[in-house]
Design a protein around this ligand. Structure first.
Ligand SMILES: *[C@@H]1O[C@H](CO)[C@@H](O)[C@H](O)[C@H]1NC(C)=O
Ligand SMILES: *[C@@H]1O[C@H](CO)[C@@H](O)[C@H](O)[C@H]1NC(C)=O
Ligand SMILES: *[C@@H]1O[C@H](CO)[C@@H](O)[C@H](O)[C@H]1NC(C)=O
Length: 336
């Protein structure tokens, strides 16, 4: 494993893969910032509506549903309180459709029933808007929920069962019937949940929107890195073959230097300790890969460098005199 991982030919792909599956810390931070930015935009949008005489926030209700911690074991009587939001502002009673926004690996917000494409469509179609938080995230967690022994109940199967129970709960509390067409929405992991929800319970949900949804589980998810590589080459977004080549070269150089002089790597990338241990080396490589992945995944969201800027640094011609370590030095610049 160690040997394979550090063979330069495969290193970038494998490291990017590891980074994705292990969700590097930098990428998590980037994701949080993107979410914050989206929330800010949503807030501004709402403020504009409020100034215009509408009070959209007043329409949002927060609720809790008591769910079984383990839907597949009737002897386990433990429950947790799962949070949801309802926005009835657009709903055409009694037969209007139901748009369900499925929460993923993070908290939900009131804005999930107030802003976004699904909300625009709800306004258009007279839909009841719902958002259900994923178990073990946000407020939908018991005080001891994050203890290792309790994490067994954190699974997509349990989350799908939560959705089915929630469907029943809402149907009862809003007197819904078969005439109320349910459509589920989700992105990324929640997008997969949205598709699986429809696949598993076709009688409950008529249609599912699954954005960027990795619906097929894969142990070797190198397809993700392939897309990152293709984006770095894509001239329409400021990429080039040179850019991808420079990124590959830089990562190979970091690995080589880590084996040669780890102290130097620590100095260059501002590590808090010298990455001598294998785990620390992986951690560093993950975080460096996160910069590349984050730039591609959130290109021009205004949170991190864009692909155009990243490639500008990685192929900067005005630093031509640095010889062998050129790509490495550019990556150092990028990380700074
Ligand atoms: C649902 O229907 C029952 C019986 O017809 C009625 O009492 C109740 O107010 C209705 N609830 C809602 C939320 O419309
Ligand atoms: C390794 O890097 C450190 C920190 O830059 C430097 O002081 C040291 O001379 C280097 N060692 C070798 C063998 O190049
Ligand atoms: C390229 O390098 C020069 C010299 O270090 C610097 O002034 C310039 O900002 C760099 N350009 C980019 C896009 O990083």
């Amino acid at each position: 494993m160690v040997k394979m991982l550090f063979s330069p030919a495969h290193s970038l792909i494998l490291l990017l893969l590891l980074s994705f599956t292990d969700a590097g810390r930098i990428l998590m931070k980037i994701k949080e910032r993107v979410r914050d930015l989206q929330l800010q935009k949503a807030k501004q949008h709402l403020l504009a509506l409020t100034v215009g005489g509408r009070q959209p926030l007043q329409h949002v209700k927060e609720g809790r549903i008591h769910q079984q911690l383990d839907h597949f074991n009737r002897q386990d009587v433990n429950t947790f309180a799962q949070r949801f939001f309802v926005n009835e502002a657009f709903w055409q009673r009694p037969d209007g459709p139901v748009f369900l926004f499925i929460g993923g690996e993070g908290p939900i917000y009131e804005f999930d029933v107030l802003a976004g494409h699904h909300v625009d469509m709800a306004a258009e179609h007279g839909a009841l808007l719902l958002a259900l938080e994923h178990r073990f995230y946000g407020d939908s967690i018991n005080p001891d929920g994050l203890k290792t022994e309790n994490l067994a109940d954190l699974s997509s199967q349990q989350a799908l069962a939560d959705l089915a129970v929630f469907h029943q709960y809402i149907t009862q509390s809003f007197n819904l019937s078969r005439r109320n067409t349910w459509i589920s929405f989700g992105g990324s992991y929640a997008g997969a949940l949205s598709a699986w929800f429809r696949g598993k319970f076709p009688h409950l949900v008529f249609g599912a929107v699954a954005s960027s949804a990795p619906v097929n589980s894969k142990l070797d998810f190198s397809a993700y890195s392939d897309i990152v590589g293709l984006s770095l080459m894509n001239e329409a977004v400021g990429g080039s073959e040179k850019c991808l080549a420079a990124v590959r070269e830089a990562f190979a150089a970091v690995e080589a230097l880590m084996a040669g002089n780890a102290s130097q790597v620590a100095v260059d990338f501002g590590c808090c300790q010298i990455p001598k241990e294998f785990d620390d080396q992986i951690e560093l490589m993950q975080n460096l890969a996160d910069i590349i992945m984050g730039a591609v995944q959130y290109n021009e969201e205004g949170v991190l460098v864009s692909i155009n800027e990243l490639c500008g640094v990685m192929t900067n011609q005005s630093q031509a005199s640095e010889g062998e370590m050129q790509a490495y030095n550019r990556l150092v610049k990028l990380a700074q």
